[in-house]
Design a protein around this ligand. Structure first.
Ligand code: GLC
Ligand code: GLC
Length: 635
């Protein structure tokens, strides 16, 4: 096989010949997009795999798979492609609202999820992330993040046909289906893993398997331990004595993306999922996909090239699909994954973590600084803002940002961990430690929003903190994402401790089954569920009707009060009305004084309650209160 030449035009004919030229030119729509994206894909392939003898052959196979996949793409999805093409900013609308749940825990099955569509509409969802639903090992499968087949749904929840039908039903209801693309690793039961261990030709290099400890020891000098409770370091030993790379659980083996056959194989799985009607792929663990000796093996430049290459393949064959990045890393690295050519969407772990930080410290300054400094994104992209996810909370703020405010990163993280697991005297939080590492002092925190915010501890600010945290996620810009059940204040579920497949993973404390009783209480103002639900749905309704909440533009605001987070969401121009968001993270009432508001005309409106405000009197916020106020700048 020839190598990819520097001049992509020179060997394009070879690639097309390999792919079977007619598959490419046969369909005009595909041909147009092929020509628009092939140069990019070729360049990325050359950068990643140019030195390998099989690079051209694998690139040709990717093109062939894309072309075949386009032909098989259902007409309704091609119509969706056109629709999105005509409205590329669709996901930046203020109507967007996400929900996330485990299929089995929340609804029993895919059929059960379909029955919940009326509820999703009641809540206002336009985006539904179903946690992993693919075939995976019995017992512990990391909540399905150990995938044994990307083409088979776990038979306990349904079938692939049902998933495709559900995607169509959801779309009919105005809801985009989001599923995980777990592409850093597979389970050890995946066919590729079995073949790799058995040395089946073509599969030997699908994973990173080493005969002895030499290379593992060398790599482990510079890589982090992600799940130290499961195994130290990044490798686990096979029965035959060899060692395989496993960043997460011992049964989750990292794929070897230095092998273009792995890229080709995963691109095929991605295209398959795209044709089931999935609209967003949540790109799991993006930071880990490329390894190089002597580095942390996280967020290496090649990780970005790989994502861009996957993206280019999609642009050819499933153009409406979006990528959402899951990078829970330093904020500089999080934004590096976000661009129209890479991941159009991304979790916002910094805002999430610092919302909790502000609630614990009753001091909004670190969150204020992050929102002013680290919120901006390139056009054509959006944050996914969440209060908590199915994972632990890690304190991913930048030490350099914190030190500007006189905060020491290491000791502050220790404080936050102590606070949120209830070890700090007087703490309102009832979280549980996750992956405490005695070697490094590192730890993360698990817990539901309600339990972390004080409802479990019967703290009087509990309900308001839950609402406040969501009010921030709903108003900074991007797609807000609710962990379903949190809108009715579900509490920690300690039942996982009695299930051996879950007991060692404290994240199960915040993945309770469907909280049916609390849902029944959602209209009862005497319950925490009812109070949270009423206030949260009022915010959701107000947001939907507020065009200033679309997009990502945000301007800071100095409320001159350490406990008050403040920012503005601009209108169409500098003179038009805008939304001023004020959030009091403190335990005492806080007043934003009249002179502080003097840049706005006196007549303002609280857009949630609809009441008029006179800014010449200042604005007083009750403890843990948030206000969304439409103000008009004075000329
Ligand atoms: C992601 C998932 C997490 C999982 C890990 C390994 O971080 O969110 O739940 O444990 O990937 O797949
Ligand atoms: C680590 C990883 C993150 C993952 C989490 C799961 O923090 O960086 O990707 O979600 O572990 O617990």
């Amino acid at each position: 096989m020839s190598r990819l030449s520097a001049e992509w035009t020179a060997d394009i004919r070879d690639v097309l010949a390999h792919a079977g030229a007619d598959v490419v030119i046969g369909d005009p729509a595909f041909a147009t997009r092929f020509h628009a994206h092939f140069a990019t894909l070729h360049g990325l392939f050359r950068a990643l795999y140019g030195e390998r003898d099989d690079s051209l052959e694998q690139l040709a196979a990717v093109i062939a798979a894309a072309s075949t996949s386009w032909r098989a793409r259902p007409a309704r999805l091609k119509a969706l492609d056109d629709e999105r093409d005509a409205d590329p900013d669709w996901f930046e609308s203020s109507r967007m609202l996400g929900g996330v749940c485990y299929v089995d825990r929340y609804a029993g099955s895919l059929a059960g999820i379909r029955e919940k569509i009326p509820y999703f509409q009641e809540l206002g969802l336009t985006y539904l992330h179903l946690m992993p639903i693919f075939a995976s090992p019995e017992g512990n499968s990391d909540g399905g993040y150990a995938v044994s087949s990307y083409r088979r749904v776990d038979p306990r929840v349904g079938t692939m046909d049902e998933l495709a039908e559900l995607a169509a039903d959801l779309r009919e209801a105005g809801i985009s289906l989001v599923v995980d693309f777990i592409f850093n690793h597979t389970s050890n039961e995946h066919e590729w893993a079995r073949k790799a261990v058995a040395g089946v030709p073509g599969f030997e290099d699908f994973y990173l398997i080493f005969p002895d400890r030499t290379m593992p020891d060398a790599y482990e000098r510079t890589v982090r331990e992600i799940f130290p409770d499961d195994h130290p370091g990044a490798f686990v030993q096979l029965d035959d004595g060899r060692w395989v790379w496993a960043t997460f659980y011992h049964f989750q083996w990292d794929l070897n993306y230095a092998n273009p056959a792995v890229f080709r194989a995963m691109a095929g799985e991605m295209l398959f999922l795209a044709n089931q009607g999935v609209e967003v792929l949540r790109m799991d663990a993006v930071a880990f996909i490329w390894k190089r000796l002597g580095t942390p093996c996280e967020s290496l430049p090649e990780a970005h090239l790989l994502l861009r290459a996957f993206n280019a393949v999609l642009r050819m064959a499933a153009p409406s699909l979006l990528f959402k990045s899951e990078a829970i890393v330093h904020p500089d690295e999080v934004v590096a994954y976000i661009s129209p050519e890479e991941c159009q969407l991304s979790y916002n772990p910094l805002q999430m973590a610092l919302t909790w930080e502000a609630l614990a410290t009753r001091d909004a300054r670190l969150l204020q600084q992050a929102i002013e400094r680290r919120h901006a994104l390139p056009p054509g992209t959006a944050w996914v803002n969440y209060v908590r996810s199915h994972d632990d909370i890690g304190w991913t703020f930048a030490d350099e940002d914190a030190s500007e405010l006189g905060i020491h990163g290491y000791t502050h993280r220790r404080f936050l961990n102590d606070f949120f697991v209830g070890r700090f005297p007087g703490a309102f939080a009832r979280g549980v430690p996750f992956q405490e590492n005695p070697k490094t002092g590192d730890a993360r925190v698990a817990g539901t929003t309600a339990s972390l915010a004080g409802i479990e501890a019967d703290d009087e600010g509990g309900v308001e903190r839950v609402v406040l945290a969501h009010a921030i996620a709903l108003s900074t810009g991007g797609i807000p994402l609710i962990y379903l059940g949190d809108e009715v204040a579900q509490l920690n579920d300690y039942g996982y401790l009695t299930d051996p497949a879950m007991a060692d993973d404290s994240r199960w404390v915040h993945r309770p089954p469907h909280p049916t009783d609390r849902y029944r209480q959602r209209d009862d103002p005497a319950t925490a569920a009812g109070q949270v639900y009423a206030q949260l749905t009022a915010l959701i309704r107000a947001r939907r009707d507020t065009p200033e909440f679309a997009g990502n533009a945000l301007i800071g605001f100095d409320a001159r009060h350490a406990a008050v987070l403040a920012y503005q969401r601009p209108g169409t121009d500098a003179a038009s009305p805008r939304i001023l968001v004020l959030a009091n993270v403190g335990d005492h009432a806080a007043t934003v004084a009249p002179p502080t508001l003097s840049g706005f005309g006196p007549h303002a409106t609280d857009i949630v309650s609809g009441t008029a405000l006179d800014l010449s009197e200042g604005i007083t916020l009750a403890p843990h209160a948030c206000k969304w106020v439409r103000v008009t700048p004075v000329a």
